[in-house]
Design a protein. Structure first.
Lengths: 353, 353
């Protein structure tokens, strides 16, 4: 049975696991915060379900628990970030914060981040920029699991794009989407639950359509909208992997299966000081006007509201902050196992405390 | 019967029409170059078929034939461009050139362009940045013709995204896509030709699916990939329309039907000096490596090659440079009519000369 846990309970559990795995206290808190952010938005595939794999890789030394992240400003608005194989969230938080600072000076900045690892949901870093009054794009490459248009082999990652802007009013504009028809994480989750997946999400390892999540996990997911999604995934690979100077696409390491090779994930953040635009401080207000205009549209059959990108996630966050985070039995079992493995207290014990 | 015309013949015809409509010689050449660029890439919907509507709007004074484009640098990397209601290509060329110059200094720059008009294919401006060794994004808003996810009214434009990067080797990475399932221009073209359109492209004005291009032209096109394409269109509206400070979305003027109201199109260009990345001058070479890696993929059924974004367009350009531009009879008739209307020599006469 799926159980509900208070956020603070999960947070404290996660922190202890990551500290036991070898992270400094403050870095454990960053990684935890990034994972819980995804759970609160209803994207469990990028949430605390990743605690086991993240901490196993840290403990195994294939992720550097104590990285010296190096930020080189090659131009006033251009930051080249070497993550020193540190945890993706730790590296990315330094990168986005430096990019926000630079954007305040130059109006727009880019942080090109190499030698990093899986960094969770891009919306986390975009939200950080929004809080600082900035528009932001966050993109990351991922190990090859998707075909490009015309192909049947996993040659590129599902390379997500996140974007957000300060906005006045009730609804945000904060999107975070894989360039696959569905995020590979959803297939991984379905496989963990033993659920079937809809046809069209993926091909199996022999290039045949499949509804078996386990078979899809070994196969290849398909880009959204055919050639268009494929082109966007290639764009992300250029902006993240190619620009950052490390390995990319087919040369990347896999989060789950590569225990000798680093992942060499690469990310890119573009941050824009919205107040430098023509409307100055009124930018957020104008976004609110756009949202109001769009939400007034007459509805299509089967819909009962026009939702902005990030709006359903905002509603889920409010619900979970009240009710707690729901964790299914298989995830709980994995969390118990990893706690035992690294020598941290189990999640249940924290609840009963 | 569709006839083939040498590029120089079409170019000369177009220049004379735009000069007769009131543009300065050099501005006529810019607008012509942008339209022919689209024809050469095989995107006729954004090509010389637009000569009549562009020049009618100039002649009617609803587009300013002699704009004073104003570029304000609000931060080292942030250019606010006021197009003074000039022709979109004239305004956009100044904007992208200023953005390229700024990016060479600051590593990344943004040109937020307001009070402009339809500016043709975004790939034109991206290609200009690529020639200067830069990566670029070009986005523009468009008059409302598309539903957002969940709606059935045209509340947003098909808001295209173009992206490109310098690349070594045989194939480019240069994408230019509407966020609609198909570009509205393709529906306008089909309506002109009297062709049917596939189901799924659009709804009619009452929100019902239609295969009648004329009915679709009066109705609403659908975003690609449902909520994802809808979110990308909203992203473009924020980056172009909202940021530029003018009217946006439902408040924009229509290229074809608004003869009192300006369009108030807005564009955004983000330009990145690729040599400031970790690989320095090796960026283009690394893109070439990515392309090589992706093109080696085993093929899916029904495909005989993996094509990069922009590759088929590159092939078409080579073919048309050899053979000329193909113009169907209805487009030729429209071009004859506009030449008569503005008092320029007809296209046929130029051929016979």
């Amino acid at each position: 049975m799926t159980e509900l846990f208070p956020i603070d309970t999960v947070r404290s559990f996660s922190n202890r696991v990551f500290m036991a795995a070898g992270l400094a206290d403050e870095d454990a808190e960053i990684v935890t915060d990034v994972l819980i952010h995804a759970d609160l938005r209803g994207h469990a595939s990028h949430g605390v379900t990743r605690i086991p794999i993240y901490s196993q890789r840290i403990k195994a030394g294939v992720v550097n628990a104590h990285p010296s992240v190096k930020i080189t400003r090659t131009a006033p608005g251009f930051l080249v970030v070497d993550g020193d194989n540190g945890p993706g969230p730790v590296v990315s938080l330094q990168a986005i914060d430096a990019a926000i600072d630079a954007a305040k000076e130059t109006g727009i900045s880019i942080a090109s981040v190499g030698h990093s690892n899986h960094n969770g949901a891009g919306s986390y870093y975009v939200e950080r920029a929004i809080e600082a009054g900035c528009i932001a794009f966050a993109m990351t490459n991922a190990p090859p699991s998707m075909a490009v248009f015309g192909g049947r082999e996993p040659v590129i990652g599902t390379n997500p794009i996140a974007f957000g802007t300060p906005a006045a009013g009730d609804a945000p504009v904060l999107l975070d989407m894989a360039t696959a028809l569905v995020a590979r994480g959803k297939i991984v989750e379905a496989a963990k639950r033993g659920d079937a997946i809809p046809e069209g999400w993926a091909l199996d390892k022999d290039g045949r359509p499949t509804t078996d999540a386990g078979a899809a996990e070994k196969g290849v997911v398909l880009p959204m909208a055919g050639a268009k999604g494929s082109a966007l995934a290639i764009m992300v690979e250029v902006m993240a992997g190619v620009l950052a100077g490390g390995r990319f696409a087919g040369d990347m390491g896999n989060l789950y299966s590569d225990w000798e090779l680093t992942q060499d994930n690469a990310h890119v953040f573009i941050v824009i000081d919205a107040t430098r635009g023509a409307a100055g401080d009124r930018h957020g207000e104008r976004v609110g006007e756009l949202v109001g205009m769009l939400k007034k549209s007459a509805l299509a059959e089967g819909h009962d509201a026009i939702l902005m990108p990030g709006e359903i996630e905002m509603q889920r966050t409010a619900a979970m902050q009240a009710e707690g985070i729901a964790l299914p039995p298989n995830v709980l079992a994995d969390l118990d196992a990893i706690a035992r493995q690294v020598g941290a207290p189990p999640l249940q014990a924290t609840v009963q405390a």
